[in-house]
Design a protein around this ligand. Sequence first.
Ligand code: DHB
Length: 520
Amino acid sequence: MLKFLLPSIMGISCVLPAASAGTSDPLRFNPDNFRVDSITMPWGETVRFKAYEGLAYVRNVEDPAYQQLNLYVPLDLKGKDDKDIPILMRNNVGGYMASPAGTPSAVDATGYALARGYVLCIPGARGNGATIEKDGKTYYTGTAPAGLLDLKAATRYLRYNDDLIPGNSERIFTDGTSAGGAMSSLQGATGDAPEYEPFLKAMGAAEVSDAVYASICYCPITDLNHADMEYEWLYGCTNTGVRKLDAAQIAISDELAALCPAYIDSLHLTDQNGTPVTSSNYMDYLKTFIMASAQKALEEGCEIPDSIGIVRYAKPRPTFAQQLGAGPANGGMPGRQQGVPAGGERKQRQGAPGGGGRTMPTQYTDYVIDIDWDKYLSYVATQQALKTPPAFDAYGVLHDSATPENTVFGSTDGTPANFTDFSLRKRTGDPSATLSEDMNYRVMLMNPMNFIAPGRQGTAPHWYIRHGAKDRDTSFLVPVNLATRLRNAGYEVDFELPWNRPHSGDYNLPDLFNWIESVM
Ligand code: DHB
């Protein structure tokens, strides 16, 4: 396999000297080479830290603009022992683009981590748009799986220098959003997988483990080779409605959707009671996550209009007399009937019994009892127009433009590529065309689902996965399948589809950091 893969992934034989060459071991960290900097948190606290920047994490640097990391060590380690200090490795990958090593920000997880006395690493990684010039030619260095290899090499660097870098390299938490969430999921799923070893060796990565302790994934755009069918299977109900597809698009959508049930069934998922999750009951399973999300939102005082398909059971409310202090309610608010899905909207944050402007106690919050999928998915599609089919492997199918995914699976000369047989066949017009062995292998390396199995050594034991309940960048099936496969394999997974969230990351940071503390 590797004899034909290595040249295509490594691209070229342009090997630049490592940025920190000159010491006997260019991968050894120098604890004395820092400057002191600070950020001011939104609550006014000034957080001072040592900044170590531009550290090459491989010996054979191919693309010096990206293959380096920045490391930040707070001056105040909050009295923690070294072994109790987590290391947050937050990538800045978005759109599968190349990302240079980043700096901390007071308004995202990076600043929060420093304020909590964590060590912070923001590695750069090759990706779309990364190029170098060699012999008068432009080479694209970021083709998959280059970016993932870089993040693995950065992990190795931290572990290799554990004796010199504060913090516990056995407590690395990876974090990323969207394509960066996909990268974080891959770091979590593929730790120490032998499939990546020859590439990491060729790059001159440190020869230590690249397993991480926990993976934080916000809206991971992953499972790329199944994402098209998952998208159409879910959103097909909107094709002639809000999505307004034309006949050719509907034909592609229908063909893709028809492939999805077999894929779902092939995963052999089970729910938390051990009941099989199949293509037949999948939408009921998915419902449980959206319903939990809506329920939590109601309890937090959100208003949810009935028009968007969240079906509710109206709980009895206190009567006016009871509100004046007469004990628990068993009547109903005027005009509302027990057992009838709530009509209209109401404010939940209103005076509680007894007045005083307190929040309506959650015992009066409506129950979410069902989802009307057509309404709910149409609502999602009105929040941001859905992608047209195929949503991911679109290159040469109905239009010529390449998606970020086509580009990342492209070649080192910058030509985008198909990464599914389905779209390859559509583009070439050859109904029996299949991806090359090389491409299949690259696609396999970029899908965390292939590496999640019970008892596999090197998979992160802890996972925090979030995908907004109105995020349409990929199908809800992608994060749900990822979380479920992980749970089924015995890993600890904190998974939610947060209410009314679009495609975004690093939100609800107190919740995230409480989770981090809880798994430390
Ligand atoms: C991202 C978003 C997408 O919709 C996509 O297809 C790939 C990446 C992103 O935000 O990183």
